[in-house]
Write a protein that binds this ligand. Structure first.
Ligand SMILES: *[C@@H]1O[C@H](CO)[C@@H](O)[C@H](O)[C@H]1NC(C)=O
Ligand SMILES: *[C@@H]1O[C@H](CO)[C@@H](O)[C@H](O)[C@H]1NC(C)=O
Ligand SMILES: *[C@@H]1O[C@H](CO)[C@@H](O)[C@H](O)[C@H]1NC(C)=O
Ligand SMILES: *[C@@H]1O[C@H](CO)[C@@H](O)[C@H](O)[C@H]1NC(C)=O
Ligand SMILES: *[C@@H]1O[C@H](CO)[C@@H](O)[C@H](O)[C@H]1NC(C)=O
Ligand SMILES: *[C@@H]1O[C@H](CO)[C@@H](O)[C@H](O)[C@H]1NC(C)=O
Ligand SMILES: *[C@@H]1O[C@H](CO)[C@@H](O)[C@H](O)[C@H]1NC(C)=O
Ligand SMILES: *[C@@H]1O[C@H](CO)[C@@H](O)[C@H](O)[C@H]1NC(C)=O
Ligand SMILES: *[C@@H]1O[C@H](CO)[C@@H](O)[C@H](O)[C@H]1NC(C)=O
Ligand SMILES: *[C@@H]1O[C@H](CO)[C@@H](O)[C@H](O)[C@H]1NC(C)=O
Ligand SMILES: *[C@@H]1O[C@H](CO)[C@@H](O)[C@H](O)[C@H]1NC(C)=O
Length: 525
């Protein structure tokens, strides 16, 4: 039992609350539900019908929500800090890459938005689920380490699991087995979240971050959902099983057509992913309903999103994330809350680095006191800002993961690659290291990427003409466009806080002047 009911306070609290609390102005409550590896491009939201109804239809759905890095740990660090990877320094999923490392704990963890909410905005804060992939590692303080910023902490040790896992309950290890009724992690997270709602103080607003590992591997469904979607297959979109012949080295190594066993494997993974989401849908419903019963729903913002997208067969890569394409960098994002009109859809470019600033803005925190790279999109949700006042481009940074030794199962591939599974198709390599500018402006829908590899490879896509990114136009596009994008990329790669929010190359508010590219941006006439 992670929480103990404070009975002594119950009667007095309720009395005082009904006397003063309801009358006075109260900061809204905030819930963030963060899924793991949930795509939006390949139908990831399809199984989540209750979530779409209870959050999306009751509020706003963003169709262009991006992540600063399409990998769990760097993306989660961007969510917590509101920063691009080059500013939070979490570059991959290992301790050496700063995933939950001592250096992260010392330099960043005390300044995350939940830490600010708790220490400076008067919020009680609750965490349940997967945190950063190396959380609980013995070299990083073990499960005794409770990150600053959390009043109540139920953190999963290490990476995603559904059974047989260890939790840190406020710093104490709690081991779980494989019994559905007492251990299925998605359900347990829903249960402890409801416990928190029941037992929290009614004198302070709350922030909850609920982070179920679904639909990440090992894709273990609840027993009642094991037979669902049993004839579903991964979508055969235009890039499915297509050879990415004009793309960077790693993509060119994929086998096309994929082997039948790879296709069977990815279709099965696709079904299993969807099945795990049915329990997430239940979790969302239970939290929303409980808030409703407690009469707190109208004063609560609820965000639903993911840490990165996912692919199943695109460009003949069987399955994973880590690539620069829409299927990996785009995530679902739906938000409901006070002053957000129902049934809205927004095409504006919002991102994971904006979640912290937006939530702090809701809490009334002065964002000028932070060093965050993102912006608050609260004005968009409340209909106070349109596209002419908002960003038009965004930086995506990725540091490829590799291995120093060749995988014994795929010895011919040699060192430098990783995630070579199934059938020895590699999903990553050290030189799958890139940075991109993704532009979504009224006059341009473009992506420009540069690789840190032996070829200094460049990929450019015009998504207006080519939404599936089938044709790399780096060699045919006008030189002026390349130069514009290259300079903007360099600027963003070294940006920090305010300079990350300067207008992009296609921003209509500003006139592009190549001579002034490195110094300043001039206001157009
Ligand atoms: C890890 O973070 C520390 C502190 O921010 C930084 O000095 C170091 O360079 C980072 N390591 C990597 C591999 O980026
Ligand atoms: C959990 O651990 C037990 C005991 O080691 C093992 O028999 C079982 O297969 C595991 N179940 C899962 C789903 O990992
Ligand atoms: C969650 O709570 C429900 C209802 O109280 C209970 O039936 C179920 O066994 C619990 N599940 C877990 C994993 O704790
Ligand atoms: C799919 O599930 C349905 C009902 O649960 C069952 O009747 C059917 O035989 C299953 N099909 C396959 C291919 O497993
Ligand atoms: C692979 O699947 C295709 C289409 O289902 C089939 O035509 C082909 O014979 C299969 N190949 C092998 C080696 O099983
Ligand atoms: C949102 O739109 C759907 C479909 O048009 C409609 O069924 C639903 O009632 C609307 N919901 C709200 C809260 O307005
Ligand atoms: C934050 O800084 C901006 C730019 O310097 C300024 O316009 C704004 O008024 C400041 N906001 C607050 C709340 O001080
Ligand atoms: C956007 O908002 C600004 C300022 O409120 C307004 O002047 C402008 O007309 C709006 N533009 C559009 C396209 O709605
Ligand atoms: C993660 O980054 C660190 C620091 O650059 C590096 O030493 C390590 O090899 C990387 N890990 C993987 C799996 O690529
Ligand atoms: C990428 O790395 C692999 C593995 O080390 C190497 O074989 C390949 O030549 C490299 N390609 C480029 C373009 O750097
Ligand atoms: C992108 O494609 C659209 C539609 O074909 C075209 O109008 C536009 O000029 C292209 N943009 C660039 C930068 O090439």
């Amino acid at each position: 039992m992670p929480f103990r009911l404070r009975l002594s306070c119950l009667f007095i609290c309720v009395t005082l609350w009904t006397t003063f609390g309801a009358e006075s102005h109260r900061s809204p409550n905030i819930v963030l539900i963060l899924t793991d590896d949930l795509d939006v491009a390949n139908g990831g939201l399809t199984p989540l019908s209750k979530t779409k109804k209870l959050i999306g239809e009751a509020g706003i759905t963003f169709t262009n929500a991006l992540v600063a890095s399409p990998l769990c740990c760097p993306s989660r660090a961007s969510i917590l800090t509101g920063k691009y990877p080059h500013n939070h320094h979490v570059i991959n999923n290992t301790l050496e890459g700063n995933c939950s490392s001592k250096a992260w704990q010392k330099s960043q963890e005390g300044r995350t938005f939940p830490a600010l909410l708790k220490a400076q905005a008067g919020y009680q804060t609750f965490f349940a689920g997967k945190y950063l992939n190396q959380y609980g590692h013995s070299e990083a303080g073990g499960v005794e380490h409770v990150p600053p910023g959390w009043s109540y902490w139920v953190g999963l040790e290490k990476n995603s699991k559904y059974y047989n896992y260890t939790l840190s309950v406020n710093g104490k290890a709690q081991k779980h087995g494989a019994d559905y009724g007492s251990d299925y992690l998605t359900d347990l997270l829903a249960n402890v979240s409801l416990d928190f709602l029941q037992q929290k103080s009614n004198f302070q607003p709350f922030f909850m971050l609920v982070s179920p590992p679904a639909p990440h591997s090992p894709w273990t469904a609840a027993p009642q959902y094991q037979d669902r979607f049993n004839t579903t297959k991964a979508p055969r979109d235009p890039s499915f099983n297509l050879h990415g012949k004009d793309k960077h080295w790693l993509i060119r190594q994929a086998k096309t057509p994929m082997t039948n066993s790879s296709i069977q494997f990815l279709d099965e993974a696709f079904r299993k992913r969807w099945r795990t989401l049915l329990s997430v849908d239940d979790l969302v419903e239970r939290i929303v309903k409980r808030l409703e019963v407690r009469a707190e729903l109208d004063n609560t913002f609820i965000f639903f999103t993911s840490d990165n997208g996912y692919h199943t067969g695109q460009f003949s890569l069987p399955l994973d994330k880590r690539q620069l394409y829409e299927f990996d960098i785009k995530v679902p994002l739906m938000v409901r809350g006070p002053n957000i009109k129902p049934n809205q859809t927004s095409q504006m470019l919002v991102a994971n680095v904006d979640l912290g600033p937006t939530i702090l803005d809701i809490a009334g925190f002065d964002l000028n006191q932070t060093q965050m790279d993102g912006s608050s999109f609260l004005p968009i949700m409340e209909g106070r800002m349109n596209s002419s006042g908002w960003r038009t481009d965004f930086l995506v940074e990725y540091e490829g993961e590799g291995s120093e030794v060749s995988d014994p199962a795929c010895p011919l591939l040699g060192p430098g690659v990783s995630e070579c599974f199934p059938d020895c198709v590699c999903e990553d390599s050290y030189n799958n290291t890139y940075a991109c500018v993704r532009t979504i402006a009224p006059s341009a829908d473009l992506q420009y990427c540069e690789f840190d590899d032996n070829e200094v490879f460049v990929e450019v896509y015009n998504l207006t003409a080519d939404p599936f990114q089938l044709t790399n136009i780096a060699k045919t596009i006008e030189q002026e466009v390349l130069e514009k994008m290259n300079h903007r990329l360099m600027m963003l790669q070294s940006c920090s806080a305010h300079s990350c929010r300067t207008p992009g190359a296609y921003d209509t508010r500003f006139k592009f002047d190549p001579r002034q590219m490195f110094s300043s941006w001039t206001l157009g006439t």
